[in-house]
Every structure is written in structure tokens, then in C-alpha cells.
Design a protein around this ligand. Structure first.
Ligand code: ZN
Length: 327
């Protein structure tokens, strides 16, 4: 049995640089996941490995886990590298790394976190802190949930659900652009993002002063993520070191959902990718209709008018058809 939960190396090493992503650790526990299945539902043998320390972020708080590898070197020099396919935290706070080969208790391993995936998640997640803070300060809208899908072509969605200020019916396009501009200004100002640890009592005092909006249930020391001059947030996620590293924030759309208003957005390289794909689609449509992207709406409106006029004409002609045949 594991004696105590793993030391979380990603807690104090914000960002994607250096040592936060590569680390040495020892296996403290291993168990077989007898229910594991791959993406196609096929049964697979997956082992769950606990370490004395880890830089792998486990799935939680709306954010998917880190992926990467664990490498063990035998005395003979033989190297075993296993992919970390999933990382989850159990109720006792233990972090389990899912791998396809067993790594016995006591094995010394080198861990390596996939840097591109971490950077993407940290940009989106820190961007979410910033966007939620700006929605609150500018419109009085509270964020009630956050969802981040891993980066895959066509499915890379990041959303927050908002509860609007009482008396407020909707979020207008103008308000969206105002919030987007304010968030990007704070990105330009490159505010520091750092981790501070406070006792439960201190955290409750911060809550009473209105510096924190909510607190997790658990007792003991609490990790607070402080965005300079913007907000304090009790959060266990991965973040970039300063708002500049969010790299830009693009609000894509807003829609009404059962629990409030859902805002879709993306940050950094994901925003660059999304904008590039959007433009490629516009160019594709423009080529079909032989117009530039800027003239697409006018061209499509014209085509719709033409279609309506043609349908009307067809109706008239159909009515005349029996008379023409009988005359
Ligand atoms: Zn966070």
C-alpha cells in the first residue's frame, strides 16, 4: 500500500519550462485495472502506478490530464519506456498513472510530461481564470462551470458557463467584444501568475473579504493561484507564469444552455489554429462562389434571393402548364 499521496511537482512549478516536466521518482504502489478498455471498447490490461512524486496533472476541475512516459532502467542497462495513457486522482488524493506494463513497487523511474499538451492546457486554463475574472468585473456574470477538451482536430472546445447578473437577460455581441478586449489588455500587460499557500483559516478570511469567490471542501493548506491585480482563485490546476504566456484570447460564440450562457473561447496557439481553420473554410466557400471572404455574405444573400424568385416563377409556370396543354 502507498504510505502517502505523491508530492505534486506541478503545484509550485507553474508553466512549461524545464524541471517541471521531467522528474525522477519511485514507484510506491501498483494495481491492475481489471475493467480497462481501449477506445474501441476492447478489453486491455492496464496497470495503475503510484509514485512518491509526480509532475503529471490528474484529470480534474474541468481540465484533462497530462500524458507522457515513465522510463525505468534495469541494472543490466535495459530500458523500459511505458506511455502514460491516463492520470487520475482517487478520493484519498493518490495520483494513479495508467500504463500497459507493470512497474513493480520500489522501481526508480524517470517521468516525462508531454510539453506541447501541457502548454496548451495551461494556456487554456489560465485564460479561463482571466476570462471568468473579466466577465465578473465587467458584467457581474459568475462562472459556474468550465470545460476543456484535449486538442484534436475539430473537437478542441473550451467553454465556460455563466450565470448572469440578476435582471440581465443575455450577453450581447458588444459585451462579448468588450470582455474580449479587456482580457487581451491584461494579457498584453503580462501580469504575474503565482501560487501561494494559505491555511484554511486564512482562506476563509479571504472569502469573507470577497477576495475569493469559493473554497474547496477539504481541510488543511490551500493552494491559491494569484493573478496580479486580477484575482485570487483556490485551484489545483496547471497555469502559465504570467498572463502574457496565455498568448491572446479569442471569444468565438455564446449560446443559451439550460444552466445559463455558454461562452466558447480559445487561447494562444489553439486560437491561432482555430482562426487559421476558420479562414481556410471561408476561402473554400469564396472559391466556390468566386468572391473574396469579405463579399461572401452579400453573395450568399443574393443567391438566396435568386432562389426565392426562381421558386415563385416555377409556381406560376406550373399553374399555367395545364392551360397551355389544353389550348
Ligand atoms: Zn486554475
Amino acid at each position: 500500500m502507498a504510505q502517502m499521496a505523491a508530492e505534486r511537482l506541478y503545484y509550485d512549478c507553474a508553466g512549461v519550462e524545464g524541471s517541471a516536466l521531467e522528474f525522477a521518482a519511485r514507484v510506491t504502489d501498483i494495481r491492475l485495472d481489471s475493467h480497462a478498455a481501449d477506445a474501441s471498447g476492447q478489453k486491455v490490461q492496464l496497470w495503475q502506478v503510484a509514485l512518491d512524486r509526480t509532475a503529471f496533472y490528474p484529470t480534474g476541475g474541468g481540465q484533462p490530464c497530462d500524458l507522457g512516459v515513465l522510463v525505468a532502467t534495469a541494472r543490466s542497462g535495459a530500458v523500459l519506456e511505458v506511455a502514460v495513457e491516463r492520470v487520475e486522482e482517487d478520493e484519498a488524493g493518490e495520483v494513479w498513472h495508467y500504463v500497459r506494463k507493470p512497474l513493480p513497487e520500489g522501481t526508480e523511474v524517470a517521468g516525462r510530461v508531454d510539453a506541447a499538451r501541457r502548454m496548451d492546457h495551461a494556456q487554456q486554463h489560465t485564460g479561463q481564470h482571466l476570462l471568468s475574472a473579466v466577465f465578473l468585473s465587467e458584467l457581474g456574470a459568475r462562472t459556474v462551470s468550465f470545460h476543456l477538451s484535449p486538442l484534436r482536430t475539430g473537437a478542441e472546445v473550451v467553454t465556460i458557463d455563466l450565470a448572469l447578473r440578476e435582471g440581465s437577460e443575455k450577453v450581447s455581441e458588444e459585451e462579448l467584444r468588450l470582455v474580449e478586449a479587456a482580457a487581451n489588455r491584461l494579457i498584453y500587460e503580462d501580469r504575474t501568475v503565482k501560487t501561494i499557500w494559505v491555511s484554511r483559516e486564512e482562506a476563509e478570511a479571504m472569502l469573507a473579504r470577497g477576495e475569493l469567490r469559493k473554497l474547496p471542501e477539504r481541510a488543511g493548506e490551500m493552494r491559491i493561484v494569484a493573478m496580479e491585480g486580477v484575482e485570487f482563485n483556490a485551484c489545483g490546476g496547471t497555469h502559465v507564469r504570467s498572463t502574457g504566456a496565455i498568448g491572446g484570447l479569442l471569444v468565438r460564440r455564446v449560446e443559451k444552455v439550460k444552466q445559463g450562457w455558454r461562452v466558447e473561447f480559445c487561447c494562444g496557439l489553439r486560437a491561432v489554429g482555430a482562426a487559421g481553420r476558420d479562414y481556410a473554410r471561408l476561402r473554400e466557400l469564396g472559391a466556390l462562389l468566386s468572391v473574396g471572404a469579405g463579399d461572401l455574405a452579400g453573395r450568399v444573400a443574393g443567391l438566396i434571393e435568386d432562389k426565392k424568385a426562381a421558386a415563385k416563377e416555377l409556381k406560376v409556370l406550373r399553374k399555367q402548364l395545364p392551360q397551355a396543354a389544353s389550348s
